[in-house]
Design a protein around this ligand. Structure first.
Ligand code: RTP
Ligand code: MG
Length: 141
């Protein structure tokens, strides 16, 4: 497991794009030694989000999460590197910006507004299987 070159999906969510943090996120990814191998700006619709967040469809925050993710453009990034799935989750920090440690993207930049859907700047795939599935959704031909 120490040598496993893989790809992950990173999303700069609408709050990150609105706050001009796209470059900051990309810089942290590149400084860590990962390689950006795909990049696009997307206006997500509900159908795309239902595929992406299929594990959350029954959750009480799902509607608010979709409203948030549809509130502006998203920057979708394909990132490659050794153990990058785990590595990017570590760069991102915990889901809730209050709990996320300083030095992580969410810890440094995430604002805890107490909204139903947590606004936390970035998404990162949570396993290499999820990454393959999600890259197929966001980077479909
Ligand atoms: P992500 O999928 O975006 O990388 O974040 P994650 O794995 O850390 O968190 P996940 O549990 O997959 O939740 C997906 C996104 O939904 C919003 N959320 N709100 N109010 C809440 O309890 C709540 N829980 C999740 C966040 O935007 C979270 O990143
Ligand atoms: Mg997740």
């Amino acid at each position: 497991m120490t040598n496993a070159v893989e790809a992950t999906l990173v999303l700069v969510k609408p709050d990150g794009v609105r706050r001009n943090l796209t470059g900051e996120v990309l810089a942290r990814i590149e400084r860590k030694g990962y390689t950006v191998t795909g990049l696009k700006m997307v206006n997500a619709d509900r159908a795309l989000l239902e595929k992406h967040y299929e594990e959350h469809i029954e959750k009480p925050f799902f509607g608010a999460l979709c409203d948030f993710m549809e509130s502006g453009p998203i920057v979708a990034v394909r990132v490659e590197g050794n153990r990058v799935v785990e590595g990017f989750r570590s760069l991102a920090g915990e889901t809730n910006p209050t709990a996320a440690r300083p030095g992580t993207i969410r810890g440094d930049f995430g604002r805890d507004w107490g909204t139903v859907a947590i606004e936390n700047i970035v998404h990162g795939s949570d396993s290499s299987l999820s990454a393959e599935r999600e890259l197929g959704i966001w980077f479909a031909e």
